[in-house]
Design a protein around this ligand. Sequence first.
Ligand SMILES: [Zn+2]
Length: 325
Amino acid sequence: MIMDFKKLFSRKNRKISRPKRPEYQDKDLQPRLPKIRERALTLYDPSQLASGLLSRLPIELRLRIYDDVLGHRKVHVAFEFGPREYRTDKKKEHLEWRWWHCICTWDQTKGYDHSWRIWRDGCRWANLGGDPGPPNGMMGKLKLDFAILLTCRQMYSEAIDILYSTTTFDFDTRQLLCDFSSLVLPQRFALISAIEMKWYFLNLGCSVIPAKDRQLYHDMWAMLARMPNLRHLEIAVIAHECPNPAPADLKEVWLGPLKQLGKMDVFEVLVPQTYATHLSGNEGSDYLPSSNLRNLSVDEGSNFTLIAFPDITTARACFGSSANV
Ligand SMILES: [Zn+2]
């Protein structure tokens, strides 16, 4: 029989629409991981390791391969209803809850002051001028190669922990960080070792800080404190310019909850410059010289490093609406 390859790969034969999943269709109801799954993706019985080809490759080498393919990237993650990246111009568009990610390739080391990187990273929207990063950066849309996880159950079982334990997660929203533990298996969530992200907490910049926001902010730090393998944490807290005079309890509200966390390999808290002047005891100076923005002293023996970045107003003046606020 002669195979008609032209017909086989023709557009008509290609399944272009994703199968509809009812629980992903409701815009107002974010899907959760099902309580009962049809079967586990991982293998628990070593006797099930049946692949002859894989057994000829020592586990050390297999792990190195997984590590090379999946490990040690900083990854932007989003989970949204109809993410813009998947939208088409068609009227009858099939919208649903979907994951989106890309590897962070935005070059944050060259050409820009460290403190600007909060506003500079344009990986997702790529609407800022700047260096998209080398090579194959494609304006930051480099993807993790998940295909290796789909090769077979053995490879999935061996590689999946590397993905969670070595990735630096940049969650698109703080809501996603809070929900992530209900979107992946608890043992995977517990493996996370590194998070770098922005928290928009505009109400923490009110003259009287609302109790609800204060509690939420506290609870978010408490959640991080409960993550058993967290070793690298970089959180930028974003609020409008600090009121003048600053609230009397500003320092306690902003920095008090951090005491819940222990020492880590990297623990950096980034705050707008107008807050940094108060939190580091530099009241009276309207701005800190750029050489002074890192390692601001807070309290003796504190478990984190305080870093300042330009305020929203300054960022707007430089980047317009690109600052995403
Ligand atoms: Zn990035």
